[in-house]
Ligand binder design. Structure first.
Ligand SMILES: Cc1cc2nc3c(=O)[nH]c(=O)nc-3n(C[C@H](O)[C@H](O)[C@H](O)COP(=O)(O)O)c2cc1C
Length: 485
């Protein structure tokens, strides 16, 4: 792994990052007033459903009717270039950056004063409509939703957790959070509620980009995503004590919403547009009473657009967890033959298609790795494709070539049945699905590639230029093929 980035390129807060995006022409500012209940979300949908990935950009709605706070979306995951800019790395270095961050976590440091607490609104003064919280599926979602980092703490170990759990605005001072059983936010809340105590909870809005992108990392229970964000930044994240609850919150966030979940209090949450492409049914979830809203002066509000994929949600979950999974396989499970992991960007993070590159090794190695990943929690990939490391796993044309040239369906497939996957739309009542592992690595000797060797191809490229033919960038798949020809 080569050098990843210079320290100066990391972004310590969201507002500086927005300026960088603007310079790179990856941001559009909308100055016309918008209605947060109906307008920003469908515009964000057009970014993902109308534009090819390379043409997408983040959006800043500068004037949101009824609020003085601008609404930002898409600035972390419009496409891989935007995501990479958020981390201050080149797009091809994203996986390496997460592997390094996971292997060198940095504990946060406590500070007394914090920008996120320049303004404090607490107790009876709290009004959630103060924030420009949008409706993400107008006409179908039950209410506006916070779609940002949810921060909780284990009562006994005092270790905090960050995860994104959609949160429905119930009224001016309470919400219903989708803390589902099995999720770490739910497990943390239980450690308080089982003792009859109110569980502290906070929503972190427009934090430094690395904090947001670490928030969706699939880490084991007891690992704090904020340390991985520190590893990504190369320095400790500054954290400050929340004003009204027992939590430490990122000091350089734009806005923090603080609250507590009272034991036994639940309400109906949903319907809400799910990340897999359907409306989720309503269900009972814990209510949280909002105890404070704190923010920077002139803050920025941030919300992830999710729902029908592709979306910002699918992009960030896939891009973060490909690196996290690569680290798990290579360094925790000793699968050193695994050289790279790509999670398809157009479905819901760890639920879609993972493509794993492996160095040629012992017979059966690729299928074994595939079965291993199929069994790993909390991932629930439906498809796992294993290819040799001479295939560009981010290039579907190249992966398809491997599937056609090196994959024998009857011999190289493993089906894993009776798998539980709550969000799989195909499973309906039973919640059971199955998975497919495809080994598209080469078995045996297929002979040489039918391309001239590197010298002949390089000479032809010189001639191409001499002839004034249109310039192009050599695709990675072509480079890999020519190198091995
Ligand atoms: C916009 C968005 C909304 C999400 N909503 C939920 C949700 O409501 N419930 C959930 O369990 N996961 C949701 N996720 C996925 C989790 O944030 C992600 O899997 C995270 O790693 C969970 O953290 P945990 O492993 O610490 O529980 C969402 C992700 C995004 C980006």
């Amino acid at each position: 792994m080569g050098s990843i980035r210079s320290r100066e390129m990391t972004h310590r807060n969201m507002r500086d990052f927005l300026e960088v995006l603007e310079e790179k022409n990856l941001l559009r500012r909308i100055s016309r007033p918008v209605d947060r209940l109906t307008e920003p979300a469908p515009l964000a949908k057009w970014v993902f459903h109308g534009l090819p990935p390379e043409k997408r950009f983040g959006l800043v709605f500068e004037k949101v009717k009824g609020s003085d706070i601008p609404l930002v979306t898409g600035v972390l995951g419009a496409n891989a270039a935007v995501y990479a800019a958020a981390l201050g790395v080149a797009p091809e270095a994203i996986n390496d950056a997460w592997v390094k961050a996971c292997r060198s976590p940095i504990k946060p440091k406590a500070v007394e004063q914090a920008p996120c607490q320049e303004v404090v609104i607490a107790g009876a003064d709290v009004r959630l409509s103060y924030l420009p919280i949008p409706v993400w599926t107008p006409g179908k979602d039950k209410a506006p939703y916070l779609t940002t980092i949810t921060l909780t703490r284990d009562h006994d170990t005092r270790i905090q957790n960050m995860g994104v759990y959609r949160t429905m605005v119930r009224d001016e001072s309470s919400v219903v959070a989708n803390l589902a059983p099995g999720r770490q936010g739910f497990m943390n809340a239980q450690t308080w509620i089982a003792k009859g105590k109110a569980a502290p909870i906070a929503w972190v809005i427009a934090a430094p980009p690395a904090v947001h992108l670490a928030g969706v990392a699939n880490l084991p229970y007891g690992a704090d995503e904020i340390e991985i964000a520190g590893g990504m930044l190369g320095e400790p994240l500054e954290m400050v004590k929340a004003k009204t609850v027992d939590l430490m919150v990122p000091a350089r966030a734009e806005i923090i919403v603080e609250g507590e979940m009272v034991p036994g209090e639940t309400d109906v949450e949903g319907p809400f547009g799910e990340a897999v492409g359907f409306m989720s049914p309503a269900g009972r979830r814990p209510v949280a009473r909002i105890t404070a809203i704190t923010h920077r002066r002139n803050p920025i509000y941030y919300g992830y657009s999710s729902q029908m994929p592709p979306s910002e949600s699918t992009q960030i979950q896939s891009l973060t967890n490909a690196g996290v999974l690569l680290k798990t396989l290579r360094y925790d499970l000793g699968e050193t033959a695994v050289t790279d992991v790509f999670i398809d960007l157009h479905y819901s993070g760890g639920r879609g298609h993972a493509i794993i590159a492996v160095r040629p090794g012992l017979p059966g190695q690729a299928l074994r790795v595939g079965r291993l990943v199929a069994a790993l929690r909390p991932y629930s990939f439906k498809r796992l494709t294993l290819v040799d490391d001479d295939v560009d796993i981010r290039d579907s044309m190249h992966v398809d070539w491997a599937m056609n040239a090196r994959f024998n369906p009857a011999r190289d497939t493993v089906l894993i049945d009776e798998v539980v996957s709550g969000l799989d739309p195909g499973t309906l009542a039973a919640s059971k699905t199955s998975k497919i592992v495809c080994d598209a690595t080469q078995k045996g000797d297929l002979g040489a590639f039918s391309l001239p060797g590197p010298e002949v191809m390089a000479k032809a490229l010189d001639l191409w230029q001499e002839l004034g033919l249109p310039a192009f960038e050599v695709p990675k798949r072509t480079r890999l093929r020519v190198e091995r020809s």
